[in-house]
Design a protein around this ligand. Structure first.
Ligand code: AMP
Length: 188
């Protein structure tokens, strides 16, 4: 059972690449952002709790997303592997993931990190706002919050995974096809 992480700031192209990767490598895509948006659309208590935080550009609590990941792992024992998109986003989430995977004899096989400049993030998100209509994409102050949150809470994971030796950086400012090509070379 393979476990890959698709890592990077908001707007780096994780969702776009995830679709291509899961199709080619027969993996199950788990996007914690998509799962949270589903809960919001359904109006569940978890969705109600997450909604305000997401719309402010803040992270939802670690236990919430870890619980969603555990449920999805447990519901799909049949798959060849998982592609985690947007998880982990904190050191605590990464540690918990390591613990969960160790218990089942697994590991994080590769961290595919899409690197883009902060200035590119704004352009990409503004573009996505027109297509997907996400509320957290529409307001520059919220986008800035998400970038700040990324630098403060998520970026430290780069060192965490570099130390483990499974971190691979992919230049994210190339075309969709070129980025995908680089990813295929890493996991193919
Ligand atoms: P995304 O679709 O990955 O950009 O996620 C949208 C929003 O969902 C983020 O800005 C966070 O508020 C929340 N979220 C998604 N994944 C996580 C996570 N692993 N930890 C905490 N919050 C998350």
């Amino acid at each position: 059972m393979k476990h890959y992480i698709l890592f990077g700031p908001p707007g780096a192209g994780k969702g776009t690449q995830a679709k291509l990767i899961v199709e080619k490598f027969n993996l199950l895509h788990i996007s914690t952002g998509d799962l949270l948006r589903k809960e919001i659309a359904l109006g569940t208590p978890l969705g109600l709790e997450a909604k305000q935080l997401i719309n402010d550009g803040q992270l939802v609590p670690d236990e919430v997303v870890v619980g969603m990941i555990q449920n999805t792992f447990a519901a799909h024992p049949e798959v060849e592997g998982f592609l985690l998109d947007g998880f982990p986003r904190t050191i605590a989430q990464a540690q918990k993931l390591d613990q969960i995977l160790q218990e089942s004899g697994g590991q994080v096989d590769k961290v595919l990190s899409l690197a883009i400049k902060d200035s590119t993030i704004f352009d990409r998100i503004a573009n996505r706002a027109k297509i997907e209509g996400r509320k957290d994409d529409a307001d520059p102050a919220i986008i800035q919050n998400r970038i700040d949150t990324y630098h403060e809470k998520t970026e430290p994971l780069i060192e965490y995974y570099k130390k483990k030796g499974n971190y691979c950086e992919i230049p994210g400012e190339q075309s969709i096809e070129e980025v995908f090509d680089c990813i295929c070379k890493v996991i193919g």
